[in-house]
Design a binder for this molecule. Structure first.
Ligand SMILES: [Mg+2]
Length: 323
């Protein structure tokens, strides 16, 4: 199929997007979108980029997955605040010579996820660029009953919790690029099509009222450090409590890495890390296991414990930083 053409592309996106959603007065097609603001709600705004060669690998031709990844990663920041997504906007940067079938596949994945999250696409932009494919996704959400959870509320004595397993996305990427993808297809999917923990997030806020929360995009250590720095506290992580899945062990053996390289510094997991006072902690919430991985202390930075003793860790890199 030939290259994309802006007006045709807009027309086709418009036809794929359902008629204006709830509270949307004007959607795609006008100069701006117009929405009714829910009364007395706190609105959350976030934007996230996806760039070919950095956040996904266009060479693999998995454009539908790239679309899911773009909206999944952007929406995860709403989950990180304990919020619910309401609307999305998409800004595409397309090289002049770019097959329209790739754009269509990207949109297919993107719009599929929007439907699952019950969030309409209310506008966007298409620009030509020199270079590779890139896209910005804006997600607008609302806080759960006016309560939002920032990175900065952690208090000395809180326990540090995690709503899932880290390291699997990076293990998936390693398996994918080393051609050993078949053994653990679930891990590859975790990397290619991350799913934000939206339901879990609202439950965590409702049932535990966490002091601070973040989604793990750069790696467990890096993102826990964000909480520590913003809250002006220290964190002690108990290395024996951090879950390591079978797939991560397999990838570590295969790649000659430590499992810590995956679970502590592998990025793109999009699980939630949060801090709560011990009396509010719940081990399982509607089938989701909540791991306790450490505690908040005075001071600053992150320290490690293993077998009940202070431990030093040498890691290949601190986090997977998207530049
Ligand atoms: Mg985030």
């Amino acid at each position: 199929m030939k290259n994309w053409e802006e007006l045709n592309l807009i027309k086709s996106i418009r036809s794929l997007v359902s008629k204006n959603g709830h509270n949307v007065l004007l959607g795609i097609g006008d100069d701006t979108a117009v929405v009714n603001t829910p009364a007395h709600e706190k609105l959350l705004y976030t934007v996230d980029s996806i760039v070919d060669g950095i956040h996904f690998l266009g060479d693999l031709n998995l454009w539908e997955s790239a679309g899911k990844r773009a909206i999944g990663a952007a929406t995860s920041d709403i989950a990180a605040m304990g919020g619910t997504p309401l609307y999305a906007m998409l800004s595409l940067f397309l090289p002049q010579e770019f097959p329209v079938r790739h754009v269509n596949a990207f949109l297919k994945g993107f719009l599929k996820r929007l439907k699952e999250y019950g969030m309409p696409l209310i506008g966007g932009n298409i620009a030509t660029m020199r270079g590779k494919f890139a896209a910005d996704t804006v997600v607008i959400g609302k806080a759960y009953r006016g309560k939002f959870v920032s990175r900065s509320g952690a208090r000395n004595g809180d326990i540090v919790c995690m709503s899932g397993i880290t390291g699997e996305a990076m293990a998936g990427l390693d398996l994918l690029t080393s051609g050993k993808a078949k053994r653990y297809p679930g891990l590859i999917k975790k990397y290619l099509e991350p799913v934000p923990m939206l339901r879990e997030s609202v439950r965590i806020v409702r049932e535990m009222s966490p002091h601070a929360m973040i989604d793990v995009s750069d790696g467990l250590l890096q993102d826990t450090l964000h909480i520590a720095e913003e809250s002006k506290v220290g964190v002690v992580l108990d290395l024996d409590s951090i879950p390591v899945s079978e797939g991560v062990r397999y990838a570590a053996r295969l790649m000659g890495k430590s499992t810590y390289d995956y679970v502590l510094t592998g990025g793109d997991d999009y699980v939630l890390v949060f801090t709560v006072p011990a009396q509010r902690y719940k081990a399982v919430m509607k089938g989701v296991k909540i791991h306790t991985i450490g505690r908040v202390t005075r001071g600053k930075g992150i320290r490690f414990y293993k077998d009940g003793k202070r431990a030093d860790l040498k890691l290949k890199k601190l986090g997977y930083t998207h530049t």
